[in-house]
Design a protein around this ligand. Structure first.
Ligand code: AHR
Length: 512
């Protein structure tokens, strides 16, 4: 009896098949938050082959390009409706002096990338290149500015250079460099990881420094709508968030950041492709912690900002493994498998479900670095499993959250367990409902029932990302091995949609 009760507690028990089903209940709340499209942002650092030999191949390359940026990358990112792109770091940001990256390319000084492989860069990709790229993508630029080794003057000059429409020394310099109209950059990071590579500061010291920088970034009333993002906590450093929220006046900050990577062990990150089920389980355990992190950082923010004027900006997240054999350890080049698709699907569901406070996030990093959506090899380019998740989830961009509740079955390995199912739902401006479902279980098909009663759904269609093996990935020899496709393994009966989710799969349902 006890067992029966337990089974009933997490869903519906089919006596014949002894198949446990989770029922996902969808609530329609008029005042539920909008899922900001900026949750689906990306990050591109001067690191390894992300910018140079990734995005940027130079104007003289025989790879098709627009002002030196690969056109195949531009098209691929437009197809996932990339909403914003963070640049130039990461740790690189607090070593970067933007004036080195403007003017005639041949005259630009070089810079040694001290954090990432110690390579010398020629600054041929600079402010104009990046902001023009964002224009081509239709994405909002997010500039992470140098606080650690910069000055207030250098920072505010950058803002004036890219944003000032009238007469000013920096606007004049911009025009001399060929750009008449300002770009109007809204999103500004005030340093990066100030507790580490940004200057090894205490939160108290950074909060004071932040106040100083933020003061000069805007007018009295911030009438130009500059969005200032304070460098945030590392993972579960709740004290960092507490001090920033306590010490920074609300009128000086629009977003507080958070960084968290899914890493098994920083000293033994293990292979991106050749991993055991136990390693998969541990990676997913780290990825799913994002829910607790966001909940706890939000609780601190709620204490100081109950009206939710300040956003949580998770501007670095994703899986981090050992680099691919034979590549520069400082370049963080890793392959991307179905495990990464699981991280992406589950993490984006977490962000959607916390969209009352999480308004922006940036997957690390777009091309050839960490959990990239695109990998390149000379002329070749491939789209990773993570790319397909981003593509499937575009339906949630700026849609209204539909809060859900359900009990997940467990995914068990060696006596340890994790919730197998993750989900989120939204309704777009055409009243179309989308439900994204992830089954992380490495072996079991899990059946979920989505209760669609009250949503007036007549037609349902779906897309799936799945593959034979967890380790499956796209290669330059076989670039289309893992791809999203149409999915039909569901039944709609009397408003109840029953979906069979294969092991390690992502399914996005559309109901109209
Ligand atoms: O994304 C790689 C690095 O991870 C970034 O430069 C830094 O901010 C973080 O530690």
């Amino acid at each position: 009896m006890k067992t029966l009760k337990a089974l009933l507690a997490f869903g519906i028990l089919s006596i014949t098949g002894i198949k446990a089903q989770s029922e996902i209940k969808i609530q329609v709340e008029e005042d539920a938050p909008i899922i900001s499209k900026h949750i689906y942002g990306h990050f591109s650092e001067h690191l390894g082959r992300c910018i140079y030999d990734g995005f940027y191949v130079g104007e003289n390359s025989d790879i098709p390009n627009k002002d030196g940026v690969r056109t195949d990358i531009i098209e691929a990112l437009k197809a996932i409706e990339i909403p914003n792109l963070r640049w130039p770091g990461g740790c690189f940001a607090d070593t970067y002096h933007w004036k080195d990256g403007i003017g005639p390319k041949k005259e630009r000084p070089t810079i040694v990338n001290q954090w990432w492989g110690g390579v010398t860069e020629d600054n041929s990709f600079g402010t104009h290149d990046f902001l023009n790229l964002c224009e081509a993508l239709g994405a909002e630029p997010y500039l992470a500015a140098n606080v650690g080794s910069g000055t207030v003057k250098e920072f505010t000059d950058w803002i004036q250079y890219v944003n000032h429409d009238g007469e000013s020394p920096m606007a004049k310099l911009r025009r001399e460099n060929g750009r008449e109209k300002p770009w109007g950059v809204k999103y500004w990071g005030v340093g990066n990881e100030m507790w580490g590579c940004g200057g090894n500061m205490t939160p108290e010291h950074y909060a004071n420094l932040y106040r100083q920088y933020a003061t000069f970034m805007s007018s009295w009333s911030n009438d130009k709508g500059i969005y200032r993002i304070a460098s945030g906590a590392n993972v579960d450093d709740y004290h960092w968030t507490e001090v920033l929220m306590r010490d920074i006046p609300k009128h000086l900050v629009e977003g507080v950041a958070l960084h968290s990577y899914s890493v098994i062990d920083w000293n033994n990150k293990s292979s991106a492709t050749d991993f055991s089920e136990e390693e998969y389980f541990l990676t997913m355990r780290e990825a799913l912690k994002m829910d607790e992190l966001v909940t706890k950082h939000t609780a601190i923010m709620d204490k100081y900002d109950p009206d939710r004027k300040i956003d949580l900006v998770v501007d670095e997240w994703g899986g981090w493994y050992d680099v691919e054999e034979g590549t520069n350890p400082g370049f963080l080049y890793q392959q991307n498998t179905m495990r990464d698709a699981m991280i992406a699907g589950a993490t984006l569901n977490i962000f959607n479900n916390h969209s009352e406070r999480v308004k922006m996030a940036n997957l690390a990093q777009t091309v050839n670095v960490l959990q990239a959506v695109i990998l390149t090899n000379e002329k070749k380019m491939l789209l990773t499993p993570t790319y397909y998740v981003m593509k499937m989830y575009t339906v949630h961009h700026d849609a209204q959250l539909l809060p859900i509740s359900f009990e997940s079955p467990k995914y068990k390995v060696d006596g340890k367990s994790l919730p197998a199912i993750s989900a989120s739902a939204s309704k777009d401006s055409n009243n179309t409902v989308h439900v994204s479902l992830v089954n992380i279980d490495a072996h079991k098909t899990n059946t979920v029932t989505v209760n669609m009663n009250g949503l007036n759904i007549k037609n349902v269609s779906a897309t799936i990302l799945s593959s034979e093996k967890l380790q499956d990935h796209n290669t330059f020899e076989e670039p289309n091995k893992v791809q999203s496709r149409e999915f039909k393994d569901f039944k709609l009966k009397k408003g109840m949609l029953s979906v069979d989710l294969p092991p390690f799969s992502v399914v996005v349902i559309e109901g109209k």
